[in-house]
Design a protein around this ligand. Sequence first.
Ligand SMILES: Nc1ncnc2c1ncn2[C@@H]1O[C@H](COP(=O)(O)OP(=O)(O)OP(=O)(O)O)[C@@H](O)[C@H]1O
Length: 226
Amino acid sequence: MASQSVRVSTSTTYPLLEVQNLGRQIESRWIWRNFTFAVQPGERLAVTGPSGSGKSLLLRAIATLDPIQTGEIAFCSKPLSQWSVPEYRTQVIYLHQRPALWEGTVEFNLQRVFTLKSHRHKTYSREMILHYLDKLGRSSQFLQQPSSSLSGGESQIVAFLRALQLSPQIFLLDEPTASLDAETVRQFELLVQTWQAEDTNRAYLWTSHDPSQLKRITDRAITISG
Ligand SMILES: Nc1ncnc2c1ncn2[C@@H]1O[C@H](COP(=O)(O)OP(=O)(O)OP(=O)(O)O)[C@@H](O)[C@H]1O
């Protein structure tokens, strides 16, 4: 059974996210349990631990993509039972290690999210996307590429932009740069910092097996020890 240790924040601000006694069991095995921590506004958190310790399962549980067997999650002081799931998921977005994209061009993938009910009040901005692409060293031609032709790293970029344009409050970033080259990794990190600087309450949880990256872009760690 995995256990967890958490360095408790000394911040006195109101938590953005509170996780109480969370437990995840698969068949008879507890992946982790009694998991308790809070994310303060503006926090940049690393989620660390060996492969298979349950980092992805933790982020997915917070994103309500996976079930939990025990515990509670509250966002902005409201338990998840009081949030509508689509509304919550517009605020707390999980970025998958190996994102799934719809069939069609990159731009189709970026536009399509706005047809979902929870995002219908927002509009697609090509101008903003071109700005982001420029920051990631890509030209407008990237938008016309079919998703089926994208590399793993390019798919990560599309999934990131698809989420970024929705302006979430919390990003759950699951090895988001694992397939990117070193220069794009830095550009990606900068873009995340820019997103956060636009609203200093925004926070993220980031998993990575690269300690130097976590040192650059996070301030404290939640460690799941195997
Ligand atoms: N759907 C599933 N069914 C059964 N076991 C699963 C399932 N999803 C995850 N697991 C198991 O749960 C454990 C934790 O998986 P998870 O993907 O969260 O690990 P991780 O810490 O993110 O690993 P990595 O660093 O390699 O990405 C692993 O042993 C994995 O095999």
